[in-house]
Write a protein that binds this ligand. Structure first.
Ligand code: BGC
Length: 731
C-alpha cells in the first residue's frame, strides 16, 4: 500500500517545523503515484548551491551549527541526522588514501589499502599538469571508493631549505610550478565529488619547531613566493578546502591568523570554501572564531572541549561572540558538502586499484625520475649486451610507501627497485644483490658490495635517503648521505667504472663522489610501481623527462636559508627570519651568482632537442594575454622523448629589486625522432608583475623585459625582448 505523501505548506516558516519530525531523505523523494512530495530546496540538486545553503542554514539549531564546525573523531565531522546532513569523512592525503583511522566506513569494510602514488616532489618533477590531473582523478576515485568526502592534499609548501622533513610531499621551490601542478591535481580530484584540501597555509617550510615556530616573512616574499600556489589552487583550481598550518606567521598561529585567513585568503582572494585547522593547530577560541577558521580538527578525543565546540557555544550564548560569525562558518561547511554532492543521488562511487590507477602511478614515477648525469651514454642499458648486474644498496629492497608520516599509504603492493629490475631484465641477465650499507654500518657489507661490483658488467647502486630522514615532524640533521654511503659509492665506482647511482628521497650533497661515477638519477620516492618505472627508465623503455623542481646546492652553506644561521634557520628564540626575502631556490643562486651542483629545471634525456625561431606575438591568446612566446622544438636525437621548455622573465629596470629571473611558463612536449612542434606560451600581467607592499597590490611597470626560453634555469636557448607600454596594477 502506498502511503499518502505528507501535505506541506509552501511557507519557509512552516517547513522547518515539519521537517523536524518528518525528514524526507533525498532517495525517497521520487514520484509517488505520479505526485512528487514537496521536498525542501536544499535537497533539490537542480537548485543553485547558494540557494541550498541558505535554505538549510536557518533550519539548524545553535548546537547543530556548532557540531558542523569541529571534528568528532580524528577524521570525521558529525552530521545532523534530523535534517539528513551526512557525517563527513576526511582522509590523508596527497599521495593516496591513507589507511583507515577510527570511525570510518573503511574500518568496517576491513579493507583500507589504496594505490600509492610517488612523492609530491616527483609529481612536480614531471612538469606535467595533465599528469597531475590524472593523479588527482585517480586519488579522487579511490577516495570515493573508500567513502571519503575531503582529501587532505595537495601539499604545496615551498622547498626553502633542503633539510625540511616534508619536502618530499611538496612541489618544489618555485611558486609557479607548484601552482600549475596543484591546479591540475585539484581539478582531477574534485571532478570525483571529493573536496581537495590544499595545505599547509602558510609557510610550513620546516618541521623543526613546527608547532610553535614563528615565521617572520616580508609581505612581498609571502605574496610572491609562499602564497601564489595557494592562490591559484583556490582561484583557478577551485579547491574547496584550505588547511591552516601549525606554525605562526608574523606572530599569530596560522589557524587563527587574521592577516592570512580573513585579509588575504577570504578578502583579497574571495575564497568561499572552508578553512580547517591542521590537527591540533588551534589554540584560542576567540581568535579561531573571529580570525577565519571554519572547522577545527585534531586528534584529542575530547571533542567537546575543542575550541570551536563547547567553549565556542558558551561564548555565543553569553553574547561574547557573534552568531553571524558562526553562520559564516556553517555556510562554508555546507557549501563544500553541496559542491561534492553529498546530499544528492548519483554521487560517484569511485574505484580502487584499477589498472588505470596503477598506470598513472607508474607514469608519474617514470616522468618524474631526473637523469642528472649520463657520461659515455652508459644509459640506457642494453639487455643484449649486459650479462650481469650488481644491484647494490638497501634502498633497492626497502619498502617506502608506508612511511613519512601522514602522507603514508598502505599500498596494495609495492614493486621495489630490485624487483623491478628482475622483472625487466628477465633470465638472460644475472642479477646479484648486495645490501652495501645498513643503519649501523658494517665493513663486511661494504666489502661484499665491492666484490659484487667487481664481478658485474654494470652496477646499479640504489641508495639515498629513506623516511627516517624525509618525514613529518622533524627535519633532516644533515645534507649529506648517511650510513657511510659517500665512502661506499667511491669504493664501488673504483671497483667498477660502469656504476649508475640512483638516489631515492630528496636531494643530498654529492660532491664526495659525483666526478667518479658516470651516471646519476634522482628518483625521489616512486610509489607502488616504482621499481617497474625505474627499470623502464634504466633500460630505455621510457625516456627520462623529469626536471628538477628544486636546486641541488653543492653544499648546504650555499643555500639561502643558511645565509645567516641560526636566525634564518632553524630560528632563534622561537622565531625564524626569512632574511633572504624573495631569493629562494634558483632566485638566490642566480641573483648571487652561486654555482649549484644541479640547477632548477635541469634534467637529461636519452635524446636531444633543438630550440629555434622565437617570436613574441603581442596579445594573441586568451583574454588577458599580453604577449605570446612562440618557438619551435625539434627532437634531433635517435629516440622518442619529452622536453620541458621553461620560460623565465627578467625585468630590466624594476623600481623594486627583483630576482635575476622568474619562471612564468613552461610546456612539456613529447616528440618522436625528427619530429618538431611549435610551442606557444601565453603571458598575462602576472608574468611581469611584482608585489608592491606600499600599494598593497601587484604592479607591472612600464619597462623592458627579457623573455628567456631554456632547457633549465641555467641553460637558456632562446632570448627575446618585450616592452610593456603601459603599467598595470591589480590586487
Ligand atoms: C599533518 C597534516 C595532516 C594531518 C592529519 C598533521 O599532522 O601536518 O598534513 O593532514 O596531520 O593527518
Amino acid at each position: 500500500m502506498l502511503l499518502q505523501p505528507p501535505r506541506f505548506f509552501g511557507s519557509r516558516f512552516v517547513l522547518p517545523l515539519l521537517l523536524a519530525s518528518s525528514f524526507v531523505p533525498a532517495s525517497s523523494a521520487a514520484d509517488t503515484n505520479g505526485v512528487s512530495p514537496v521536498r525542501p530546496l536544499y535537497l533539490d540538486p537542480s537548485r543553485p548551491l547558494e540557494t541550498r545553503v541558505e535554505d538549510l542554514l536557518p533550519r539548524l539549531t545553535l548546537e547543530e551549527k556548532i557540531s558542523l564546525v569541529h571534528g568528532d573523531s580524528s577524521f570525521s565531522v558529525a552530521g545532523v541526522p534530523r535534517l539528513g546532513i551526512p557525517e563527513r569523512y576526511l582522509s590523508d592525503g596527497p599521495l593516496g588514501v591513507r589507511e583507515a583511522m577510527k570511525k570510518t566506513p573503511a574500518v568496517r569494510l576491513a579493507d583500507d589499502f589504496s594505490t600509492a602514488m610517488p612523492a609530491g616532489i616527483c609529481l612536480a618533477a614531471t612538469w606535467n599538469p595533465e599528469l597531475a590531473r590524472a593523479e588527482g582523478e585517480a586519488i579522487g576515485q579511490e577516495a570515493r571508493a573508500r567513502g571519503k568526502d575531503i582529501m587532505l592534499g595537495p601539499a604545496v609548501n615551498i622547498f626553502r631549505t633542503p633539510l625540511c622533513g616534508r619536502n618530499f610531499e611538496y612541489f618544489g621551490e618555485d611558486p609557479f610550478l607548484a601552482g600549475r601542478i596543484a591546479v591540475g591535481y585539484i581539478h582531477g580530484e574534485q571532478s570525483q565529488d571529493v573536496a581537495s584540501c590544499v595545505k599547509h597555509f602558510a609557510a610550513n617550510n620546516q618541521e623543526y619547531g613546527r608547532n610553535g615556530i614563528n615565521e617572520e616573512i616580508s609581505a612581498r616574499a609571502l605574496r610572491e613566493i609562499y602564497l601564489p600556489a595557494f592562490r591559484v589552487a583556490v582561484q583557478e583550481g577551485g579547491a574547496w578546502c584550505v588547511m591552516a598550518a601549525y606554525n605562526k606567521v608574523r606572530g599569530q598561529f596560522c589557524a587563527q591568523n587574521d592577516y592570512l585567513l580573513n585579509h588575504i585568503l577570504k578578502g583579497d582572494w574571495g575564497f568561499q570554501g572552508l578553512v580547517m585547522s591542521d590537527w591540533g593547530a588551534t589554540h584560542n577560541t576567540r581568535q579561531a572564531a573571529l580570525h577565519g577558521l571554519d572547522l577545527e580538527m585534531g586528534t584529542s578525543t575530547n571533542w567537546d572541549n575543542f575550541h570551536l565546540a563547547r567553549p565556542y557555544l558558551e561564548a555565543l550564548k553569553k553574547g561574547e561572540l557573534p552568531v553571524a560569525g558562526l553562520d559564516d562558518k556553517v555556510r562554508r561547511n555546507l557549501r563544500v558538502m553541496f559542491a561534492t554532492h553529498m546530499f544528492d543521488p548519483g554521487r560517484t562511487n569511485g574505484s580502487l586499484n584499477t589498472v588505470a590507477h596503477q598506470l598513472v602511478s607508474r607514469r608519474v614515477a617514470e616522468e618524474g625520475i631526473v637523469l642528472l648525469k649520463n657520461e659515455r651514454h652508459l644509459l640506457p642499458l642494453d639487455p643484449d649486451k649486459i650479462h650481469s648486474i650488481a644491484v647494490i644498496g638497501e634502498n633497492a629492497v626497502r619498502l617506502q610507501d608506508y612511511g613519512g608520516g601522514s602522507s603514508r599509504v598502505k599500498s596494495f603492493y609495492e614493486v621495489t627497485p630490485l624487483e623491478g629490475l628482475v622483472n625487466r631484465a628477465g633470465r638472460r641477465v644475472n642479477i646479484i644483490f648486495s645490501e652495501g650499507y645498513e643503519r649501523n654500518g658494517g665493513a663486511e657489507l661494504a666489502e661484499r658490495a665491492v666484490a659484487a661490483a667487481k664481478a658485474a658488467d654494470v652496477v646499479i647502486y640504489v641508495g639515498g635517503l629513506n623516511h627516517r630522514f624525509d618525514r613529518e615532524g622533524a627535519d633532516r640533521r644533515s645534507f649529506q648521505l648517511s650510513y657511510g654511503q659517500d665512502e661506499l659509492i667511491r669504493k664501488i665506482a673504483a671497483a667498477n667504472p660502469r656504476t649508475v647511482v640512483v638516489l631515492l628521497g630528496t636531494p643530498v650533497e654529492m660532491g664526495a663522489w659525483l666526478d667518479r661515477v658516470p651516471a646519476v638519477l634522482q628518483a625521489w620516492y616512486l610509489g607502488m610501481e616504482g621499481g617497474n618505472a625505474l627499470a623502464r627508465i634504466l633500460f630505455g623503455d621510457a625516456d627520462p623527462s623529469g626536471r628538477l623542481p628544486c636546486t641541488i646546492p653543492k653544499r648546504l652553506a650555499d643555500s639561502p636559508a643558511f645565509a645567516d644561521c641560526p636566525a634564518t634557520y632553524p630560528g632563534t628564540n622561537g622565531t625564524v627570519t626569512y632574511k633572504e626575502g624573495l631569493l629562494v631556490g634558483y632566485r638566490w643562486f642566480d641573483t648571487k651568482h652561486i654555482q649549484p651542483q644541479f640547477p632548477f629545471g635541469f634534467g637529461l634525456n636519452y635524446t636531444t632537442f633543438k630550440y629555434s625561431g622565437l617570436k613574441l606575438i603581442p596579445g594573441g591568446g586568451a583574454d588577458g594575454t599580453l604577449v605570446t612566446a612562440q618557438f619551435e622544438i625539434e627532437n634531433t636525437g635517435p629516440r622518442p622523448g619529452a622536453e620541458v621548455a621553461e620560460l623565465y622573465v627578467h625585468e630590466n629596470h624594476p623600481d623594486l629589486p627583483r630576482p635575476e629571473k622568474e619562471l612564468k611558463g613552461f610546456k612539456k612536449v613529447f616528440l618522436k625522432p625528427g619530429e618538431k612542434e611549435i610551442v606557444s606560451i601565453p603571458l598575462n600581467r602576472s608574468a611581469f608583475a611584482y608585489y608592491d607592499p606600499a600599494k598593497n597590490g601587484w604592479v607591472a611597470q612600464k619597462d623592458k623585459f627579457k623573455i628567456l626560453i631554456g632547457a633549465s634555469s641555467r641553460d637558456i636557448r632562446l632570448r627575446g625582448a618585450f616592452r610593456l607600454a603601459e603599467p598595470v596594477s591589480f590586487r
